[in-house]
Design a protein around this ligand. Structure first.
Ligand SMILES: NC(=O)c1ccc[n+]([C@@H]2O[C@H](COP(=O)([O-])OP(=O)(O)OC[C@H]3O[C@@H](n4cnc5c(N)ncnc54)[C@H](OP(=O)(O)O)[C@@H]3O)[C@@H](O)[C@H]2O)c1
Length: 261
């Protein structure tokens, strides 16, 4: 199926590794020009090797958790051309329970999840509306539907991100811009390795035991593959998905148990 993305430009956050890289690769495979953003030049150089010769790739080193980093990303992306597809994604927040994290950690999570998303949308969505076509796809977490133990910052701020984007979706729907979120469950990326290590430390077990116990509880009895999430992002960006907006789409291998997930 041709997704109709051959002339589109996509800007993907947190794209040197993990889920962001998978989204960038899926969009590039559909013919999009893709700008990959992450903090480290070295990680970006490594990530660029994952693309086919001839795919149109730009790398932008910027820290999306700060106003200055977002400004410099916007400046680089602006010189590159109009962004049609914005994939919002950064690193996950510090794990911890309700009373375990200080206000610095809360402030950092607020800025890198909620304020970052608002800053990017505020800059890029007006151009999409003027051009009559755009896609905003934000990687959040299944925590927005079922809060996760030991991830209070994800539970709180990603829910806020979801609420913000739900309202935005309706505000821009008439201008050809769709706004959706995707909700990963358990993908064994670097982020997930850190979460497994954290649980292992907290519970006094080794990481592989923690991982095996988790897999046994997962409905599909396996971690998901980043390519699976990449494929969902590419579909939500497609012409075919032009009627899907304001949706929070689980990409969780059936982890969510709620009837309304
Ligand atoms: N993996 C899962 O199963 C899962 C489940 C639920 C939610 N999530 C969430 O989905 C998001 C992506 O997860 P992942 O598993 O792909 O994580 P990951 O493997 O740790 O990759 C994170 C990517 O984001 C970049 N990054 C981190 N902080 C950044 C910042 N401040 N500015 C710009 N780029 C930044 C990293 O590159 P640099 O280090 O070079 O900046 C890297 O490319 C995270 O927010 C995570 O919490 C993941």
């Amino acid at each position: 199926m041709d997704y109709g993305l051959g002339k589109r430009k996509a800007l993907v956050g947190g794209a040197s590794k993990g889920l962001g890289l998978a989204a960038a690769k899926a969009l590039a495979a559909e013919g999009c020009a893709v700008a990959l953003v992450s903090r480290s030049e070295e990680n970006l150089r490594e990530a660029a090797k994952a693309f086919e010769p001839g795919q149109n790739i730009l790398t932008i080193a910027a820290d999306l958790s700060t106003a200055e980093g977002v400004r410099s990303c916007i400046a680089r992306a602006g010189a590159w051309g109009p962004v049609d597809i914005l994939v919002n994604n950064t690193g996950g927040p510090t794990p911890g329970r309700s009373f375990e994290l200080d206000e610095t950690a809360w402030g950092k999570a607020y800025e890198s999840l909620l304020l970052y998303t608002k800053r990017m949308c505020e800059h890029f969505v007006p151009g999409m509306r003027q051009r009559g076509w755009g896609r905003v796809i934000t990687i959040t977490s299944y925590s927005v539907k079922e809060p996760i133990e030991n991830l209070v910052l994800s539970n709180v701020f990603r829910t806020g991100v979801t609420a913000y984007l739900k309202v935005l979706a309706r505000e821009v729907a008439a201008d050809g811009v769709t706004v959706n979120t995707v909700l990963p469950g358990a993908y064994r990326t670097e982020r997930y390795e850190q979460l497994l290590e954290n649980t292992a430390r907290r519970t006094g077990r080794d990481k592989e035991t923690v991982a095996a116990e988790l897999v046994a509880r997962l409905p599909q009895k396996r971690f998901q593959k980043p390519e699976e999430l990449g494929a969902l992002v590419a579909f939500l960006a497609s012409e075919q998905a032009s009627g899907i907006t304001g949706a929070a789409v689980p990409a969780d291998g059936g982890m969510l148990q709620s009837l309304l997930s």
